[in-house]
Design a protein around this ligand. Structure first.
Ligand code: SF4
Length: 363
């Protein structure tokens, strides 16, 4: 960094206070509610601010307090998280609310070490809650902060390296002012999100430009170094939409692993060719017509990609077959009562579109 660290902090905080974005989890001239910070930080992991905003508003409307969240049904929490992805965040948030209620009489702790004992709260989130909600002198280091600090100090090494990461944490702690740590951390994150962006940083409008080594050397576009993205394996699945009269068969996923406890149309590992009625009959015990292709859905996650080939078939029988354990028959309208992962929400939309045109009605 060029120049004095106190001036750096002051310039950043002044800029933040004058320019911060209006976000539903922030309050005007005051410390945000710890509960709002807890919920928003859970939502903002892996998620853009614009995407998280409507989810946050819906979530807070339904669970306005930590106590309301603690006493909620797990399925309802998942349903409000539906579409946001990374559902372990919702489960951890729910468990955290229950632990805070039982162990801390409903008061979210302000100490980083106690916060880090709660499920899903790592060093970054603990620092964010402690500083943003309690103005404690605790550092944060997320993707935006890493980029800003790497540029300000002209760090050219890979910030994912443990030694570089350790150095960045030390730097984030060293730069914290004695007072106003919350606004300082928010300022660093806001600067990374709005000015010191990954591409085409707006250095001419940057409040800490005179401290920035990367800008002085004209290297801001090359820091941090762009890393080659790892090849993500593709997992192929067949999704089987079984219909009996006006209802569709959905199953609940296991309580562990990806999309734990959520609901989906029957999904199996894809094989060669197409699924057959015999295969489906063997798996479900149901007598079905030959599966008809409905479409293909791709779903990318950080470490893997999914491809769902979707088929529709009709189950014979009257009335609706009694569902096996862990499955239910639901109308397209009733599906909104169940938390569905995003690919299955899209499949439900495909079914709605198909059934809204007489020609496309599934028989
Ligand atoms: S001067 Fe440019 S590169 Fe440096 S911190 Fe500001 S926006 Fe980022």
């Amino acid at each position: 960094m060029i120049g004095n660290t106190v001036r750096f902090s002051t310039r950043l905080v002044d800029w933040y206070r004058a320019n911060r974005r209006e976000l539903p989890w922030r309050v005007d001239r005051g410390t945000p509610s710890p509960y709002y910070v807890l919920v928003s930080e859970a939502m903002l992991q892996q998620t853009q601010v614009a995407t998280a905003k409507p989810y946050f508003l819906r979530f807070i409307e339904r669970f306005p307090t930590l106590a309301a969240l603690a006493s909620a049904e797990p399925q309802e929490v998942l349903r409000l998280w539906q579409g946001l992805g990374y559902y372990s965040r919702a489960r951890n948030l729910h468990t955290t609310a229950q632990i805070v209620t039982a162990k801390y009489a409903g008061v979210i702790p302000s100490q980083v070490d106690l916060l880090m004992e709660l499920p899903g709260i790592g060093r970054y989130t603990a620092g964010a809650i402690a500083s943003l909600a309690f103005d404690r002198r605790a550092a944060v280091l997320d993707g935006n902060v890493i980029r800003v600090l790497c540029r300000v100090d002209a760090i050219q090494e890979d910030p994912r390296r443990p030694d570089v990461r350790k150095r960045l944490w030390q730097r984030a702690e060293q730069l914290l002012p004695d007072e106003g740590a919350g606004d300082f951390n928010s300022g660093l994150m806001e600067l990374g999100a709005t000015i010191c962006t990954p591409r085409s940083a707006k250095c001419m409008g940057c409040p800490v430009q005179r401290h920035c080594q990367a800008f002085a050397a004209g290297m801001q576009d090359r820091i941090p170094a762009v890393q080659a993205r790892k090849v993500r394996p593709i997992e192929r699945r067949w999704t089987l939409c079984l219909r009996c009269h006006q209802k569709w068969l959905i199953e609940q996923r296991p309580t562990n692993g990806r999309w734990a406890g959520m609901w989906q149309f029957l999904t199996i590992e894809a094989g060669r060719g197409r699924p057959t009625a015999q295969q489906i009959g063997k798996r479900t015990g149901l007598d079905v017509t030959t599966p008809q292709p409905l479409g293909r859905i791709k779903h990318d996650l950080t470490h893997r990609r999914y491809e769902f080939e979707v088929f529709v078939c009709q189950v014979s029988g009257h009335p609706v077959k009694r569902p096996a354990d862990g499955t239910v028959w639901a109308s397209l309208l009733d599906l909104s009562d169940y938390p569905l992962p995003r690919p299955h929400l899209r499949i439900a939309d495909m079914l709605r579109q198909r059934s809204s045109t007489p020609k496309g009605q599934v028989r």
